[in-house]
Write a protein of this length. Structure first.
Length: 161
């Protein structure tokens, strides 16, 4: 049952991240199409977690919990909900949305899907590998988009490596 709860939390977290990207579509209308791609990708990740739940319930594959605890994922979910509420309140600067997303994407790329759940299913191994790859590529693309939205001035370039 813990695996099922973990996967449901992961699915919900993906949808919450998609909602934050949707808020960015509103905050940065000139970059709406860029953020829409992130939304679709996060929703695709959520759909995969739905399929994993169905597979788990059907007993088609062996699933095991990884090293990241259920409590950790619950804490991340709480943080996502808080950030989303702050953004929707309009009481934070628009850049906060991107900074928060960058932080969440960084955290997910460090955790990796293998540390969350594992399976013996080759099909799902490939699918979860794609999510893992997505964690890293989302972070990179988000950083690139942030630079387009907020170009660095001479002061910031001094500290670049």
């Amino acid at each position: 049952m813990e695996i099922q709860n973990l996967v449901e939390l992961l699915r919900t977290n993906e949808l919450l991240i998609a909602d934050i990207y949707r808020e960015c579509e509103k905050l940065f209308p000139a970059f709406k199409d860029d953020f829409a791609v992130f939304v679709r990708e996060e929703e695709a990740h959520a759909e995969l977690f739905t399929k994993i739940t169905e597979d788990f319930k059907a007993g088609n594959s062996q699933w095991q919990k990884g090293k990241v605890s259920l409590i950790t994922i619950e804490i991340v979910q709480k943080q996502l909900k808080e950030v989303l509420a702050e953004i929707r309140s309009g009481k934070v600067a628009p850049r906060y949305a991107i900074t928060a997303l960058r932080s969440f994407e960084q955290g997910m790329s460090e955790r990796s899907i293998e540390k969350l759940i594992t399976t013996d299913s080759e099909v799902f191994k490939q699918a979860t590998a794609e999510i893992n790859k997505g964690f890293v590529t989302h972070l990179t693309r988000l950083q690139e988009l942030e630079i387009k939205i907020f170009p660095r001035g001479d002061k910031e370039r001094i500290f670049e490596i």
